[in-house]
Design a protein around this ligand. Structure first.
Ligand code: ADP
Length: 466
């Protein structure tokens, strides 16, 4: 616009310098007010565009494109170069805001003189821009992100053409400055991060969008890929296996006695597992096999199995076992010694929760709000969750029995007590050297004076860090 009045002198008439036309002050005022109204609308357009374009999640945009929403393609094209898009919006927004304040200053100066005109224009336009150029349009865009993004995409593209030289210039300049100050200039963060999804799951449950069960399962899925085989396996002591030279009858008997359908077959010792037999094959071949009974040997029915290190991630193992159609794997330690076995069920339980059969006991039994009875092999993570406590995880022990041994530094007896970080752990049942059950009570106040049951506890230094 060619209005450039002197700020100092209020005039009754105003001469457009180029065309030499004399304009009445009131006409200048009306034209100026009209221009300000148009510019404030444009300011609102640019501000709302910024919110609509950058708040629109990628997956929603992809959904819109799949649904053939008209205009979604153009939104995507604009968002494909977020830096160029932001420069377009910012150049447009700044031009209209600055033009608005220049015009307002010029007009107000006509009436109130230079200084007062500048002050009035500054505060007046700030208020106008804040309200109608920023706040209202941005709130609208937040609430109508998708539809608004589609609607403003064409005018935005048009702006990009209209302001092309300026946009190219500022695009270049901002990239150079970013490079100089060492910023990546990344405008949009990676599509979505793991942490964001986890936070969404948390707030999803808080807001009632997700059921508690769904929330738990989703949380477990996220924990799944940090879980290692050692945490879920059945330990060597609990393994039921048969020697390779055992008669088939004995193998069937072992299956029935133990209640397991698959049992590992070893040669010599448990450290040399040859494979696994399934009760189905044992029974089928015994009753319907073509070979004569005395010819059939256990070795003929052995199915191959996987030997995996205890540090293997369960998500990898689950995939491998599915690909190899195996239900059981043997877990070995770094010396090749058998540590235990793991089945599909052990891993799936990590996602869907404990699957208990028949007379199986709950691994964690809630006795009171602050007390639980826990089986020795239960993972510390699960115990922590059940009582909302913080026993150390991820150390050289996985289970609550492992923790107690580590604290004590020696074998423990039934009835012994340990206090750690505001939790009293009482050893309930011990069988030979093995802790079968422990009772955990969350104390009201972590008791600093509590006498320690032993002096050589390796974790003593960590105690009372609350
Ligand atoms: P099953 O129904 O035959 O017992 P699952 O695969 O359903 O087998 O496993 C149930 C639980 O029993 C798992 O914790 C698994 O580790 C354990 N398990 C399965 N087979 C044996 C076995 N031969 N010896 C010891 N534990 C086993």
């Amino acid at each position: 616009m060619a209005l450039s009045p002197s700020l100092a002198v209020p005039l009754a008439t105003y001469e457009l310098p180029v065309v030499g036309v004399e304009l009445d002050q009131s006409i200048v005022t009306i034209l100026g007010a009209f221009a300000i109204a148009v510019l404030i609308a444009l300011s609102g357009f640019f501000s709302s565009s910024e919110i609509a374009m950058f708040n629109l999640p990628k997956h929603r945009l992809e959904g819109m494109i799949e649904d053939d929403v008209s205009g979604a393609g153009l939104v995507k094209a604009l968002k494909d170069d977020p830096h160029r898009l932001l420069v377009t919006i910012l150049v447009g927004n700044n031009i209209v805001n600055i033009a608005m304040s220049s015009i307002a200053t010029a007009i107000l100066s006509l009436y109130f003189g230079g200084l007062v005109g500048v002050l009035l224009a500054t505060f007046g336009i700030t208020a106008l821009v804040l309200l109608f150029g920023e706040s209202v349009p941005k709130s609208y865009a937040v609430e109508n992100t998708e539809s608004w993004a589609v609607r403003i995409s064409k005018p935005l593209k048009l702006t990009e053409y209209l302001l092309f030289p300026l946009i190219v210039l500022f695009d270049y300049l901002t990239r150079q400055i970013n490079r100089l100050i060492g910023s990546t200039g990344a405008i949009e963060s990676p599509y979505v991060t793991r942490d964001e999804i986890q936070e969404m799951i948390e707030s999803g449950e808080r807001e009632g969008v997700l059921e508690e069960e769904e929330h738990e399962m989703l949380t477990r899925i996220f924990r799944f890929n940090n879980t290692i085989v050692k945490e879920v396996m059945t330990p060597r002591l609990d393994m039921t296996a048969v020697p390779k030279d055992a008669p088939i009858d004995e193998a069937i008997e072992t299956c029935i006695q133990s209640g397991h359908a698959r049992i590992p077959v070893y040669e010599g010792s448990l450290d040399n597992v040859q494979g696994v037999v399934h009760i189905r094959d044992l029974v089928r071949d015994l009753n319907y096999g073509e070979a004569a009974d005395d010819e059939l040997e256990l070795a003929d029915l052995i199915q191959p199995t996987l030997h995996v290190p205890e540090s293997k991630n369960v998500d990898e193992l689950l995939t491998e076992m599915r690909e190899n159609r195996m239900h059981m794997a043997i877990v070995i330690d770094e010396f090749g010694t058998t540590e235990g076995l793991v089945t599909m069920e052990d891993m799936i339980e990590e996602i869907i929760g404990e699957i208990l059969e028949g007379g199986e006991e709950q691994p964690i039994e809630e006795i009171a709000d602050d007390t639980v009875l826990v089986r020795g092999e239960v993972n510390i993570e699960d115990v922590n969750e059940s009582l909302d406590i913080e026993l150390p995880e991820g150390q050289e022990f996985e289970t609550i029995a492992g923790f107690i041994f580590n604290r004590a530094g020696r074998l423990v007896e039934e009835g012994e007590e340990i206090t750690y970080d505001g939790v009293r752990i009482t050893v309930e049942t011990v069988e030979n050297t093995r802790i079968l059950k422990a009772r955990l009570t969350k104390l009201e106040q972590p008791d600093d004076d509590e006498p320690e049951p032993d002096d050589a506890a390796p974790l003593e230094a960590d105690n009372d860090h609350e």
